[in-house]
Design a protein around this ligand. Structure first.
Ligand SMILES: [Zn+2]
Length: 338
Protein backbone atom coordinates (compact mmCIF):
# COMPACT_ATOMS: atom_id res chain seq x y z
CA UNK A 1 0.00 0.00 0.00
CA UNK A 2 1.00 3.65 -0.29
CA UNK A 3 0.98 6.08 2.63
CA UNK A 4 2.15 9.55 3.69
CA UNK A 5 5.78 9.87 4.78
CA UNK A 6 7.46 13.09 5.96
CA UNK A 7 11.07 13.20 4.79
CA UNK A 8 12.04 16.74 5.78
CA UNK A 9 10.24 20.02 6.51
CA UNK A 10 7.68 20.72 3.73
CA UNK A 11 8.49 17.37 2.08
CA UNK A 12 5.56 14.93 2.37
CA UNK A 13 5.64 11.98 -0.03
CA UNK A 14 3.09 9.32 -0.86
CA UNK A 15 5.11 6.16 -1.03
CA UNK A 16 5.13 2.39 -0.64
CA UNK A 17 4.84 1.08 2.92
CA UNK A 18 4.28 -2.45 4.20
CA UNK A 19 0.63 -3.32 4.72
CA UNK A 20 -0.17 -3.59 8.44
CA UNK A 21 -0.72 -7.07 9.87
CA UNK A 22 -2.05 -8.45 13.13
CA UNK A 23 0.97 -8.49 15.48
CA UNK A 24 -0.71 -9.07 18.85
CA UNK A 25 -3.89 -11.01 19.68
CA UNK A 26 -5.37 -7.67 20.87
CA UNK A 27 -4.87 -5.96 17.47
CA UNK A 28 -7.39 -5.14 14.76
CA UNK A 29 -6.78 -4.03 11.17
CA UNK A 30 -9.01 -1.30 9.71
CA UNK A 31 -9.68 -0.37 6.11
CA UNK A 32 -10.02 3.40 6.44
CA UNK A 33 -13.05 5.21 5.01
CA UNK A 34 -11.40 8.58 5.59
CA UNK A 35 -8.36 10.14 7.23
CA UNK A 36 -7.11 13.73 7.43
CA UNK A 37 -4.36 16.22 8.20
CA UNK A 38 -4.27 17.58 11.75
CA UNK A 39 -3.20 21.08 12.78
CA UNK A 40 -0.64 19.36 15.02
CA UNK A 41 0.87 17.66 11.92
CA UNK A 42 1.93 21.15 10.86
CA UNK A 43 4.45 21.36 13.73
CA UNK A 44 6.76 18.67 12.27
CA UNK A 45 5.80 19.74 8.72
CA UNK A 46 7.13 23.23 9.44
CA UNK A 47 10.26 21.85 11.06
CA UNK A 48 9.36 22.62 14.69
CA UNK A 49 10.27 19.03 15.59
CA UNK A 50 13.55 17.47 14.44
CA UNK A 51 13.07 14.80 11.73
CA UNK A 52 15.96 12.32 11.90
CA UNK A 53 14.58 9.80 9.43
CA UNK A 54 11.53 9.52 7.14
CA UNK A 55 8.47 9.30 9.37
CA UNK A 56 4.93 8.11 8.69
CA UNK A 57 2.14 10.53 9.56
CA UNK A 58 -1.49 10.64 10.64
CA UNK A 59 -3.55 9.84 13.71
CA UNK A 60 -7.20 10.50 12.72
CA UNK A 61 -9.25 7.72 11.21
CA UNK A 62 -12.52 5.88 10.91
CA UNK A 63 -13.38 2.86 8.85
CA UNK A 64 -14.38 -0.75 8.62
CA UNK A 65 -12.83 -3.60 10.61
CA UNK A 66 -11.00 -5.89 8.19
CA UNK A 67 -9.52 -8.42 10.60
CA UNK A 68 -9.19 -8.93 14.36
CA UNK A 69 -6.70 -10.81 16.54
CA UNK A 70 -7.76 -13.88 18.52
CA UNK A 71 -8.09 -11.85 21.76
CA UNK A 72 -10.46 -9.20 20.39
CA UNK A 73 -14.06 -9.56 21.54
CA UNK A 74 -15.81 -6.18 21.25
CA UNK A 75 -15.54 -5.49 17.51
CA UNK A 76 -15.78 -7.78 14.50
CA UNK A 77 -14.96 -7.65 10.79
CA UNK A 78 -17.41 -5.59 8.78
CA UNK A 79 -18.25 -3.15 11.59
CA UNK A 80 -17.77 0.60 11.10
CA UNK A 81 -15.64 1.92 13.97
CA UNK A 82 -13.95 5.05 15.28
CA UNK A 83 -11.06 5.29 17.71
CA UNK A 84 -9.15 8.19 19.19
CA UNK A 85 -5.70 9.40 18.17
CA UNK A 86 -4.33 7.48 21.15
CA UNK A 87 -4.87 3.75 21.71
CA UNK A 88 -5.75 2.50 25.17
CA UNK A 89 -6.84 -0.68 26.98
CA UNK A 90 -9.69 1.23 28.67
CA UNK A 91 -9.21 -0.92 31.80
CA UNK A 92 -6.11 0.45 33.62
CA UNK A 93 -6.44 2.97 36.48
CA UNK A 94 -5.68 5.95 34.20
CA UNK A 95 -8.31 4.83 31.69
CA UNK A 96 -10.86 4.16 34.41
CA UNK A 97 -10.33 7.69 35.74
CA UNK A 98 -11.18 9.01 32.27
CA UNK A 99 -7.68 9.71 30.93
CA UNK A 100 -7.35 7.10 28.21
CA UNK A 101 -4.77 9.26 26.42
CA UNK A 102 -2.54 8.52 29.44
CA UNK A 103 -3.19 4.75 29.37
CA UNK A 104 -0.50 2.66 31.08
CA UNK A 105 -0.55 0.30 28.08
CA UNK A 106 -1.36 2.87 25.41
CA UNK A 107 0.36 5.06 22.87
CA UNK A 108 -0.24 7.38 19.94
CA UNK A 109 -0.92 6.63 16.29
CA UNK A 110 1.35 7.97 13.56
CA UNK A 111 0.50 5.81 10.54
CA UNK A 112 -3.10 6.79 9.82
CA UNK A 113 -2.59 8.75 6.58
CA UNK A 114 -2.83 5.41 4.81
CA UNK A 115 -5.52 3.08 3.43
CA UNK A 116 -5.04 0.49 6.20
CA UNK A 117 -4.27 0.91 9.90
CA UNK A 118 -3.27 -1.47 12.69
CA UNK A 119 -5.10 -0.75 15.96
CA UNK A 120 -3.36 -2.02 19.11
CA UNK A 121 -5.66 -2.62 22.12
CA UNK A 122 -8.63 -2.82 19.74
CA UNK A 123 -11.17 -3.69 22.46
CA UNK A 124 -10.27 -0.62 24.49
CA UNK A 125 -9.68 1.74 21.59
CA UNK A 126 -12.48 1.24 19.05
CA UNK A 127 -16.13 2.18 19.35
CA UNK A 128 -18.58 0.89 16.70
CA UNK A 129 -21.28 3.17 15.30
CA UNK A 130 -24.87 1.87 15.42
CA UNK A 131 -24.83 1.06 11.72
CA UNK A 132 -22.84 1.91 8.64
CA UNK A 133 -22.92 5.73 8.51
CA UNK A 134 -24.11 7.42 5.33
CA UNK A 135 -21.47 8.92 3.02
CA UNK A 136 -22.44 12.40 4.18
CA UNK A 137 -21.95 11.47 7.83
CA UNK A 138 -18.42 10.10 7.44
CA UNK A 139 -16.61 13.49 7.71
CA UNK A 140 -18.38 14.16 11.02
CA UNK A 141 -17.53 10.66 12.28
CA UNK A 142 -13.90 11.26 11.31
CA UNK A 143 -13.71 14.43 13.44
CA UNK A 144 -14.55 12.38 16.54
CA UNK A 145 -11.15 10.68 16.25
CA UNK A 146 -9.45 13.91 17.27
CA UNK A 147 -10.63 17.47 16.51
CA UNK A 148 -14.21 17.20 17.76
CA UNK A 149 -13.10 15.10 20.76
CA UNK A 150 -10.34 17.61 21.46
CA UNK A 151 -12.70 20.57 21.11
CA UNK A 152 -15.09 18.80 23.48
CA UNK A 153 -12.30 18.20 25.99
CA UNK A 154 -11.26 21.87 25.69
CA UNK A 155 -14.78 22.93 26.68
CA UNK A 156 -15.06 20.35 29.44
CA UNK A 157 -11.60 21.12 30.87
CA UNK A 158 -12.58 24.81 30.88
CA UNK A 159 -15.61 23.83 32.98
CA UNK A 160 -18.19 25.22 30.54
CA UNK A 161 -21.61 25.33 32.21
CA UNK A 162 -25.01 26.63 31.07
CA UNK A 163 -25.06 30.42 31.06
CA UNK A 164 -21.26 30.87 31.02
CA UNK A 165 -19.25 33.28 28.92
CA UNK A 166 -16.63 31.40 26.94
CA UNK A 167 -13.63 32.69 24.97
CA UNK A 168 -12.02 30.53 22.30
CA UNK A 169 -8.41 31.40 21.42
CA UNK A 170 -7.47 29.89 18.06
CA UNK A 171 -9.59 29.59 14.92
CA UNK A 172 -8.20 26.29 13.67
CA UNK A 173 -10.46 23.24 13.47
CA UNK A 174 -10.10 22.48 17.19
CA UNK A 175 -10.98 26.03 18.24
CA UNK A 176 -14.01 26.06 15.92
CA UNK A 177 -15.23 22.74 17.34
CA UNK A 178 -14.50 23.99 20.85
CA UNK A 179 -17.07 26.70 20.10
CA UNK A 180 -19.51 23.99 18.96
CA UNK A 181 -18.89 21.98 22.15
CA UNK A 182 -19.48 25.10 24.29
CA UNK A 183 -22.76 25.66 22.44
CA UNK A 184 -23.91 22.06 23.12
CA UNK A 185 -22.93 22.61 26.78
CA UNK A 186 -25.28 25.64 26.69
CA UNK A 187 -22.80 28.46 27.17
CA UNK A 188 -24.66 31.75 26.82
CA UNK A 189 -21.95 33.77 25.17
CA UNK A 190 -19.19 32.33 22.99
CA UNK A 191 -16.51 34.76 21.87
CA UNK A 192 -14.30 33.47 19.06
CA UNK A 193 -10.96 35.22 18.53
CA UNK A 194 -10.33 35.18 14.79
CA UNK A 195 -9.34 37.58 12.04
CA UNK A 196 -10.05 35.22 9.16
CA UNK A 197 -13.42 35.76 7.49
CA UNK A 198 -14.36 32.20 6.48
CA UNK A 199 -13.34 30.93 9.92
CA UNK A 200 -15.39 33.63 11.62
CA UNK A 201 -18.39 32.53 9.57
CA UNK A 202 -17.92 28.89 10.54
CA UNK A 203 -17.42 29.87 14.21
CA UNK A 204 -20.76 31.70 14.10
CA UNK A 205 -22.32 28.72 12.35
CA UNK A 206 -21.12 26.48 15.20
CA UNK A 207 -22.48 28.82 17.88
CA UNK A 208 -20.11 31.75 18.44
CA UNK A 209 -22.06 34.86 19.46
CA UNK A 210 -19.20 37.38 19.19
CA UNK A 211 -16.02 37.69 17.16
CA UNK A 212 -12.91 39.49 18.40
CA UNK A 213 -10.31 40.26 15.75
CA UNK A 214 -7.75 41.93 18.03
CA UNK A 215 -4.84 39.91 19.34
CA UNK A 216 -2.41 40.04 22.25
CA UNK A 217 -2.94 42.84 24.76
CA UNK A 218 -5.51 44.49 22.50
CA UNK A 219 -7.40 41.20 22.31
CA UNK A 220 -7.39 40.88 26.10
CA UNK A 221 -8.58 44.48 26.46
CA UNK A 222 -11.45 43.78 24.05
CA UNK A 223 -12.49 40.66 26.02
CA UNK A 224 -12.45 42.71 29.24
CA UNK A 225 -14.58 45.36 27.54
CA UNK A 226 -17.12 42.73 26.41
CA UNK A 227 -17.35 41.19 29.89
CA UNK A 228 -17.86 44.30 32.01
CA UNK A 229 -14.17 44.45 32.93
CA UNK A 230 -14.19 40.99 34.49
CA UNK A 231 -12.94 38.53 31.88
CA UNK A 232 -14.57 35.27 30.79
CA UNK A 233 -15.67 32.33 32.95
CA UNK A 234 -14.02 29.84 30.60
CA UNK A 235 -11.21 30.20 28.09
CA UNK A 236 -10.23 27.52 25.58
CA UNK A 237 -6.61 27.80 24.39
CA UNK A 238 -6.44 25.88 21.12
CA UNK A 239 -3.09 26.93 19.62
CA UNK A 240 -0.08 26.20 21.84
CA UNK A 241 2.13 29.27 21.36
CA UNK A 242 3.40 31.64 24.10
CA UNK A 243 1.21 34.42 22.61
CA UNK A 244 -1.98 32.36 22.59
CA UNK A 245 -1.44 31.11 26.15
CA UNK A 246 -0.79 34.66 27.35
CA UNK A 247 -3.94 35.85 25.60
CA UNK A 248 -5.93 32.98 27.16
CA UNK A 249 -4.71 33.63 30.71
CA UNK A 250 -5.32 37.36 30.32
CA UNK A 251 -8.90 36.76 29.13
CA UNK A 252 -10.07 34.72 32.14
CA UNK A 253 -11.85 36.25 35.10
CA UNK A 254 -10.63 35.82 38.69
CA UNK A 255 -11.04 32.14 39.51
CA UNK A 256 -11.92 31.37 35.89
CA UNK A 257 -10.94 28.25 33.96
CA UNK A 258 -8.40 28.02 31.17
CA UNK A 259 -8.05 24.81 29.20
CA UNK A 260 -5.15 24.19 26.85
CA UNK A 261 -5.30 21.60 24.09
CA UNK A 262 -2.90 23.07 21.53
CA UNK A 263 0.41 21.19 21.81
CA UNK A 264 2.59 23.75 23.66
CA UNK A 265 5.69 24.92 21.82
CA UNK A 266 7.91 27.31 23.79
CA UNK A 267 5.22 28.14 26.35
CA UNK A 268 6.29 28.85 29.93
CA UNK A 269 3.98 30.00 32.68
CA UNK A 270 4.39 32.76 35.25
CA UNK A 271 3.60 31.22 38.65
CA UNK A 272 3.04 34.65 40.19
CA UNK A 273 0.39 35.42 37.57
CA UNK A 274 -1.27 32.04 38.18
CA UNK A 275 -1.18 32.69 41.94
CA UNK A 276 -2.69 36.15 41.89
CA UNK A 277 -5.43 35.42 39.34
CA UNK A 278 -6.84 32.30 41.03
CA UNK A 279 -7.01 30.71 37.61
CA UNK A 280 -7.82 27.00 37.11
CA UNK A 281 -5.70 25.32 34.44
CA UNK A 282 -6.38 21.97 32.83
CA UNK A 283 -5.42 20.47 29.50
CA UNK A 284 -3.29 17.96 27.69
CA UNK A 285 -3.84 15.40 24.96
CA UNK A 286 -7.61 14.95 24.94
CA UNK A 287 -8.91 11.61 26.23
CA UNK A 288 -11.21 11.40 23.21
CA UNK A 289 -12.03 7.73 23.91
CA UNK A 290 -14.06 8.92 26.92
CA UNK A 291 -16.29 11.08 24.71
CA UNK A 292 -16.72 8.73 21.71
CA UNK A 293 -20.02 7.03 22.70
CA UNK A 294 -21.66 10.38 23.45
CA UNK A 295 -20.29 12.16 20.37
CA UNK A 296 -21.15 9.28 18.02
CA UNK A 297 -24.68 9.51 19.34
CA UNK A 298 -24.83 13.31 18.80
CA UNK A 299 -23.69 12.86 15.18
CA UNK A 300 -26.11 9.98 14.54
CA UNK A 301 -29.00 12.03 15.97
CA UNK A 302 -28.05 14.97 13.75
CA UNK A 303 -27.42 17.19 16.78
CA UNK A 304 -23.95 18.17 15.59
CA UNK A 305 -22.32 18.35 12.16
CA UNK A 306 -18.62 18.85 12.98
CA UNK A 307 -17.61 17.53 9.54
CA UNK A 308 -18.19 21.08 8.27
CA UNK A 309 -14.62 21.90 9.37
CA UNK A 310 -13.35 20.02 6.31
CA UNK A 311 -13.23 22.62 3.57
CA UNK A 312 -10.92 20.60 1.33
CA UNK A 313 -11.30 16.95 0.29
CA UNK A 314 -8.55 15.25 -1.68
CA UNK A 315 -7.69 11.71 -2.70
CA UNK A 316 -5.07 10.31 -0.32
CA UNK A 317 -2.41 10.32 -3.05
CA UNK A 318 -2.58 14.14 -3.01
CA UNK A 319 -1.69 14.28 0.69
CA UNK A 320 1.23 16.66 0.02
CA UNK A 321 -1.19 19.26 -1.37
CA UNK A 322 -3.40 18.69 1.70
CA UNK A 323 -0.52 19.75 3.94
CA UNK A 324 0.41 22.72 1.72
CA UNK A 325 -3.15 24.04 1.71
CA UNK A 326 -3.33 23.95 5.50
CA UNK A 327 0.16 25.37 5.97
CA UNK A 328 -0.74 28.32 3.73
CA UNK A 329 -4.10 28.65 5.50
CA UNK A 330 -5.94 28.08 2.20
CA UNK A 331 -7.78 25.25 3.97
CA UNK A 332 -9.00 24.90 7.55
CA UNK A 333 -8.73 21.12 7.43
CA UNK A 334 -8.07 18.58 4.70
CA UNK A 335 -10.00 15.31 4.47
CA UNK A 336 -8.16 12.54 2.62
CA UNK A 337 -9.95 9.72 0.82
CA UNK A 338 -7.98 6.49 0.57
ZN1 LIG B 1 -5.42 2.10 30.16
Amino acid sequence: MKAAVLHAPYDVRFEERPEPKIEQPTDAILRLSATCVCGSDLWPYRGANVINSPTTMGHEYCGVVEEVGTGVTSVKPGQFVIGGFAFSDNTCPNCLSGFQSGCLHGGFFNTAQAPMLRIPQADGTLVPTSGKPSRGMIPSMLTLSDVMGTGWFAAEAANVKPGNTVVVVGDGAVGLLGALAAKIMRAERIIAMSRHETRQELARNFGATDIVTERGEEGVARIKELTGGLGADCVLECVGTPESMKQALGSARRGGYVSYVGVPHGVSLDAQQLFFTHVHLHGGPAPVRRFLPKLINLVEEGEIDPGKVFDLTLPLDQVAEGYRAMDERRAIKTLLQP
